[in-house]
Ligand binder design. Sequence first.
Ligand code: AMP
Length: 290
Amino acid sequence: MIIAETISEVRKQVKEWKQQGLTVGLVPTMGFLHEGHASLVDRAVSMCDRVVASDFVNPTQFGPNEDLATYPRDFEHDCKLLEEHGCSMVFHPAVSEMYAPDAATYVEILNDMPKQLCGKTRPIHFRGVCTVVSKLFNIVTPDRAFFGQKDAQQLSIIRKMVRDMSYDIEVVGCPIVREPDGLAKSSRNTYLSPEERQAALILSGAVALGRQMAEDGEKDAGAIVEAMKEKIGTEPMAVIDYVEAVNLDTLEPVSRMEGSVLVAMAVYIGKTRLIDNFIAESGEAGQAGA
Ligand code: AMP
């Protein structure tokens, strides 16, 4: 596996691959990789001739009081995991390689999508995400890019950016990978003490409850959200940031479970903010109850 630290190395290698007629997949990550990231690489390897993973803790998507300085890192372990899963190249740039000191250009969606859900408490987050992903798209010029449903708002926003900016890139969404007991895998799970790790199961528990209600034909989005909040409220260590039901494509709040509905949450367990979600598609289950 090639380890590239500069934009020019990546461009040179991708150019060579393209001259050979090979397709290229991109898996953007912030490192400290786990099986969730690995599932994206596996999917990319199955759909593309060559796979590039980026491993970059992007400062522009962190707010001033967030965990940029303490975000976990283990590049050696990341390389091992990526190589084992068939990644062809890892792009691991320094911050100065990605952002010149006088960099002043951002990519920002100006509708409400980045203001919903996580955007309420993380106002500059999605501007940073769109900017870095846009730069990675320009550097790697992939045929396909792979993102996890774990960050559902991010995935909807990237899809919108790709449409609006006419990127010739297929965005592939991949399902959430969970621990055996249900907790969604996350680099931030490492922050949790053993007691908090146990308490964090309330997120996947609430997801399971909400999903079951939707599958059982509950059409009132508010009833599902309230039941999930009530369940989370039974865990003394949990503090809800939000639980909301929104349209999957526009991220606008919905009152009915119709079409593709994203039910997403952010919950603090101690100081650690965790997210989880599920998508309900109104189909047979909903029609059967109607
Ligand atoms: P991150 O390193 O947290 O920025 O995540 C990089 C990519 O991996 C994003 O597209 C995430 O949605 C995806 N990802 C992170 N955790 C998971 C998971 N548990 N299951 C599936 N994808 C994930």
